[in-house]
Design a protein around this ligand. Sequence first.
Ligand code: APR
Length: 312
Amino acid sequence: MARKKVTVVGAGNVGATTAQRIFDRGYADVVLVDIVEGLPQGKALDMLESGPVVGSDASVIGTNDYAETAGSDVTVVTSGIARKPGMSRDDLLYTNMDIVGSVIKQVVEHSPDGIVVTVTNPLDAMTQHALEVSGKPREQVFGMAGILDTARFRTFLAAELQVSVQDVHAYVLGGHGDTMVPLVGATNVGGIPVGDLIPKDRLDAIVKRTQDGGGEIVSLLKTGSAFYAPAASVAQMVESILFDRKQILPCCVKLQGEYGIEGLCVGVPVKLGAAGVEEVITLSLTDGEQAALERSADAVRELIDVMRNRQN
Ligand code: APR
């Protein structure tokens, strides 16, 4: 059986690390694309030469030409400018909008049937823009954020309780920003509600740290933003799609009335399989959580309005 084909656009930190994770596992041939000449070629060749050591027979090529991406099953879009210290995700809006728009046109031209996973920030707005530019259904164009936000939340909870990260079950919904909504009520550790295990003030501090999780890394790195956990989160989505795992994962998808939200790309749990988003999962939320989700959706809507007004 022919190997699947995954294109990763943007050969920077997130893109190259995503490509490496997929290449290492050997289940898909990888095409790494960047606008900078030599960068994707150099990283791809270096990665390919790790094949004999890591035991991967997959191919990985780097290119500046979208013709090489033709027929990709999944394309991951990471191209853009990364957040710098003191810069909000919103500052990135216009620059990354132009980048994502031009990338999506070329991706869709060469892989009209493929699935697109957006990663570029501000994530929810870029997903919405990518979906609109692509002309594709929402099932095939969606974004990575919730898995990352949830992973951060789970990491902090596991450290607090000194338990395996695998026993911490949680969802973070909403926009990928300060208004994200960690669902504390639905979070459990080995089946025990987290509220029974951690006092409220500590839990509130962990929720806050999760909401500021991206900024915490940015202020440590000083140049650039997080990439190991983002790349791992993208790889989980790619695997759920290519292996038709049908995992329930929080992803940024255009809502069509679910959670009372219409026509906006926001993070909610979805079933991810070979067809992409195969189902939007509707959790029952408390009134407080629903209100927080709506506030988060409002923040996304504001950004999209800014984007639309610019287009006009
Ligand atoms: N086409 C292709 N690649 C592009 C384009 C373009 N039009 N414009 C920029 N790029 C490339 C850059 O050359 C760079 O190699 O995108 C890459 C971005 O890499 P980094 O600057 O290392 O950024 P990274 O940390 O990978 O983050 C990428 O993901 O998490 C988000 O906020 C983050 O939006 C950012 C994106």
